[in-house]
Write a protein that binds this ligand. Structure first.
Ligand SMILES: NC(=O)c1ccc[n+]([C@@H]2O[C@H](COP(=O)([O-])OP(=O)(O)OC[C@H]3O[C@@H](n4cnc5c(N)ncnc54)[C@H](OP(=O)(O)O)[C@@H]3O)[C@@H](O)[C@H]2O)c1
Length: 402
């Protein structure tokens, strides 16, 4: 805990951290009290130096609350818009301070006296403007951060192909794995030609221990610095109507294989003092999904494994991230036997996941999925969440499997 807090504050200059803590106090303590508890008659709010009282103050407190909440998020997650956001808001405070003091003092002395409270805020606004580069997202630089080689499972299609492409574009050599070898060979040729990197193809069935071992044997002479546990599948339908052996294989691909690969390859990363493990989870890992029960259970496993390893491996300089896509346009729906529905592009989802590597333990792909996942897992009760999920899944499941 102490280390984690230390890491959070070490990420940025002390004065930015102090502003972040102030924003957190305002967003979580002061503004809720100000809006919901403070009597209307006593309330006042200042925007651009203009004083609002009573119900107007209550109304204009809401954007203030939003400003501070966005401030906490922007500082913590180092969002690119934060440089402008912080500068504009603090400059507005400086202007308000000046105007207010100057007008209440009056005359020529007001013009001078107004500068005293305004100058510290103007200085802070200037400091934010000068530091706006800090908020630009760091370039991936995967080779520098993790080494020469990445291993991507499930690279023959969908999100895995996109991840392999993004990683190769960073100059990292890639081992491509899945069962369909001809697709992997075609992708390997494309990546070598487009990005001048080295590739290796290891075809393996990850539902079997023999396939997991064959993959590890196929990379044992390489220092794998980035492991991408992406291969995965689900089957839509009522639990008792699905084939038991198929469900066992599903659990092996989605849970056992990532565990076995991570366990074997993390040892080398630890010895080399750097590395990364990427899990493709799903928002289904946060929501119990009737008619996709085993799939959502396997994704909950991936989510917990990944987030727990994030906390465990930080001390060894090994980054871990769980990417949580929602519906994405890949072959997944066809394999799962779902009724076709729209989704995000695999490229977009892959980019979101890689950008979060080294930044946070898990990332939900896109705002719409974020709202869905958080509403289902944090706002609704478990029974309501399961009922709502069932009615959504029923629309995507063929009638004979319901
Ligand atoms: N698409 C979505 O809506 C969605 C949403 C949330 C999460 N996800 C997750 O995203 C990941 C990638 O899925 P996708 O959407 O890209 O689906 P996809 O296009 O069907 O790709 C799945 C990949 O997994 C590989 N795979 C499946 N069974 C395998 C096995 N027994 N052994 C080795 N490899 C196997 C497939 O390769 P071969 O068939 O060639 O073996 C393929 O490369 C999965 O973990 C999935 O759970 C997908």
């Amino acid at each position: 805990m102490r280390e984690w807090l230390y890491d959070i504050f070490r990420e940025r200059p002390w004065w930015m951290s102090a502003t972040m803590v102030f924003c957190a106090f305002m967003a979580f303590v002061y503004m809720p009290w100000d809006i919901f508890v403070k009597p209307v008659g006593q309330d006042s709010e200042v925007w651009f130096g203009i004083l609002f009282k009573g119900y107007w103050a209550k109304l204009f407190a809401i954007p203030h609350w939003f400003v501070y909440a966005a401030g906490v998020y922007g500082f913590r997650r180092r969002r690119p818009w934060m440089g402008f956001w912080a500068t504009a808001y603090v400059a507005q405070v400086a202007f308000g301070m000046y105007l207010w003091t100057a007008l209440s003092t009056g005359g020529f002395s007001g013009i001078l006296v107004g500068l005293f409270p305004a100058l510290p805020f103007a200085g802070l606004a200037y400091a934010f403007w000068n530091s706006r580069d800090y908020f630009e997202p760091a370039s991936l630089n995967l080779v520098t951060r993790y080494g020469e080689w990445a291993l991507v499972t499930g690279a023959s299609s969908g999100i895995g192909t996109s991840l392999a492409r993004e990683i190769a574009a960073e100059g990292m050599n890639v081992v491509l794995s899945a069962r369909r070898e001809e697709r992997l060979l075609a992708l390997a040729g494309d990546l070598e030609r487009d990005f001048g990197i080295k590739t290796r193809v290891v075809a393996a069935d990850l539902a079997e221990r023999s396939g997991q071992t064959a993959l590890l044997d196929g990379v044992k002479d390489l220092d794998i610095g980035l492991l991408v546990n992406n291969a995965g599948l689900g089957y839509a339908g009522r639990f008792d109507l699905l084939d038991g052996e198929q469900l066992r294989r599903l659990v092996s691909v989605n849970c056992e294989a990532p565990l076995v690969l991570a366990h074997a390859l993390v040892q080398g990363m630890r010895d080399r003092g750097r590395g990364a493990v990427f899990f493709t989870g799903s928002i289904a890992g946060r929501i119990p999904l009737p008619l996709h029960a085993v799939y959502s259970a396997t994704k909950a496993f991936d989510q917990f494994l990944g987030e727990a390893l994030w906390g465990e491996l930080r001390a060894s300089n090994i980054d871990v991230v769980v990417l949580e896509p929602g519906s994405t346009e890949t072959e997944f729906q066809q394999v799962a036997g779902e009724i076709a529905h729209s989704g995000q592009s695999a490229d977009e989802v892959a980019r979101i996941g890689l950008a979060a590597l080294g930044q946070q333990p898990s990332v939900i792909a896109g705002w719409f999925n974020w709202i869905q996942a958080n509403a289902a897992s944090r706002l609704l009760t478990r029974p309501i969440s399961a009922h709502v999920a069932r009615s959504v899944m029923a629309k995507q499941t063929p009638e004979d499997l319901i």
